[in-house]
Design a protein. Structure first.
Length: 94
C-alpha cells in the first residue's frame, strides 16, 4: 500500500506519537483524503490553520498537503508557516 506524501510525512508521525484525537482536523483531513475527498480535506486543513495560525502542526500539515498536490497556494502556505515559526521561535520550521 502506497501512502500519500501528506499521510507519510504529516499524519503517520503524529499517529505514532499519539498526538491525534478523534476531533483533530489533521486526522479528519487524512480520512477525507483516503476517501478521495481531496477538496474537502484541503478545506478542513485550511480552516484549521486559519482558526489557529499559531498551531505550527496545522500549518505544516496544510502546506505539505497543498505541496503534495502541486497546489498553487503551497508557496504562500509555506511562507505563512515560516512567519509563524519565526514568531514562535521555532528554528526547525523557519
Amino acid at each position: 500500500m502506497r501512502l500519500s506524501v501528506f499521510a507519510r510525512y504529516c499524519v503517520l508521525p503524529l499517529v505514532r506519537g499519539g498526538a491525534l484525537t478523534a476531533q483533530d482536523p489533521i486526522q479528519e483531513a487524512r480520512s477525507l483524503e483516503a476517501e478521495g475527498r481531496i477538496n474537502r480535506a484541503r478545506e478542513v486543513l485550511e480552516a484549521a490553520w486559519k482558526e489557529s495560525p499559531q498551531d505550527l502542526l496545522r500549518g505544516e500539515a496544510y502546506a505539505r498537503f497543498l505541496d503534495s498536490y502541486n497546489h498553487p497556494d503551497a508557496r504562500g502556505a509555506y511562507s505563512s508557516l515560516r512567519d509563524a515559526a519565526r514568531k514562535a521561535g521555532d528554528a526547525e520550521r523557519e
